[in-house]
Design a protein. Structure first.
Length: 366
């Protein structure tokens, strides 16, 4: 805009001098200034045809502290693009209003430039970012052409967890499991799965001797059985929102508590299953045995979780109808504004902020 005003002023002065003083070179100068405008117009048009912009990643998983994405801007021309405006918008899940951001970039000839975009971070969860369009200007910024992009990216912001003290009871530790998965590192007492064969050692029970192999080899061999890797705890994530629906802040608090619960159970050496309803209405679950499982769960949960989806039946009933053979000693249900439940008995009711304070201060027994 500033370039237009300055150039318009130069034209006005030239016309004024030409009319008032019958300037001999006035017509020549006016013709030159007009031709220069057309040259700038061509410069903007050519630059428009050779410039493109796109997200480096269409799906990005970041920590809550560093919400940053990257855009690739490419200039295929042999001339530099001195002024390029890129318009972005991004929207948090639960927010109707889109946040807007504007970038100004200069790109050299034949350059592919990577631009780091630091977004204004407020909440954890899913952010839909969109590269709306870009406007290419000439050297002086007088003419410009708009190039629509409509390229989208999904940013998943991992929530910052808080400590929850969890204690595993003796009943849970000794709960009989019929695992469908067996440990690859430790033997157990399940005769349905053979873990390994080893030489006989004094004190081994006769029932564990592999008689056929021992007779064939002429030495005593003992069978080590498998150890079921099952879970005695089920965590259900089924939020109930207050009247008026959920906001981005509410979703962020719910996610923070959900991931904190998963991490606290793992820190207490309590393997468990987490289940939730996806955006398409289907039930999803994840088994948590290691630290890596926590991150894989968080990614999958943020990708698929239907925050605003209301199920016709409770998640407990849906889970039991799909997995009727599975048994759990403790079933935890985190319902947000609906409260916290243990074995379908409510142990706390309150707002999300109050729930966080309660979980920070209490000892959660499972």
């Amino acid at each position: 805009m500033r370039g237009k005003i300055v150039y318009a002023g130069i034209l006005a002065v030239t016309v004024y001098l030409n009319m008032l003083y019958h300037w001999e070179l006035g017509n020549f100068v006016l013709a030159f200034e007009g031709m220069f405008l057309l040259l700038l117009l061509c410069n903007a048009g050519i630059s428009w045809s050779g410039v493109s912009a796109e997200w480096k990643h269409t799906k990005l998983f970041v920590e809550e502290e560093a919400l940053q994405s990257q855009i690739f801007v490419r200039n295929r021309l042999c001339i530099p693009v001195c002024k390029l405006r890129i318009d972005l918008s991004y929207q948090y899940a639960g927010e109707e209003k889109k946040r807007k951001e504007r970038l100004w970039v200069a790109v050299r000839a034949k350059e592919k430039k990577q631009i780091a975009v630091k977004h204004l971070q407020k909440y954890s969860g899913k952010v839909c970012a969109e590269l709306v369009d870009c406007r290419v200007y000439d050297v002086l910024g007088i003419w410009s052409f708009r190039k629509r992009m409509k390229k989208k990216a999904e940013i998943l912001i991992f929530p910052k967890t808080y400590p929850i003290v969890t204690e595993v009871t003796v009943q849970t530790s000794n709960f009989s499991l019929e695992g469908e998965r067996f440990s690859e590192e430790v033997s157990g007492d399940d005769p349905s799965e053979l873990f390994a064969l080893r030489d006989y050692q004094p004190g081994d029970r006769m029932a564990r001797i592999h008689w056929k192999l021992s007779a064939r080899k002429g030495e005593w061999y003992v069978k080590e059985f498998g150890r079921p890797v099952g879970t005695a705890v089920l965590l259900l994530l089924e939020p109930v929102w207050k009247e008026g629906g959920q906001s981005a802040a509410e979703i962020s608090r719910y996610l923070q508590t959900a991931v904190s619960l998963v991490r606290s159970l793992l820190n207490a050496e309590c393997s468990h299953v987490v289940s939730w309803i996806m955006e398409n209405g289907e039930l999803e679950r994840a088994r948590i045995f290691t630290e890596e499982d926590v991150y894989l769960f968080a990614i999958r949960f943020l990708e698929t979780w239907g925050a605003g989806r209301a199920s016709q039946e409770s998640l407990t009933e849906s889970y039991r109808s799909i997995y009727p053979q599975e048994r759990y000693h403790t079933i935890l249900s985190w319902r947000g504004e609906g409260g916290f439940f243990k074995n379908e008995e409510q142990v706390f009711a309150g707002h999300l902020i109050e729930s966080q304070e309660w979980l920070r201060q209490c000892v959660l027994e499972v």
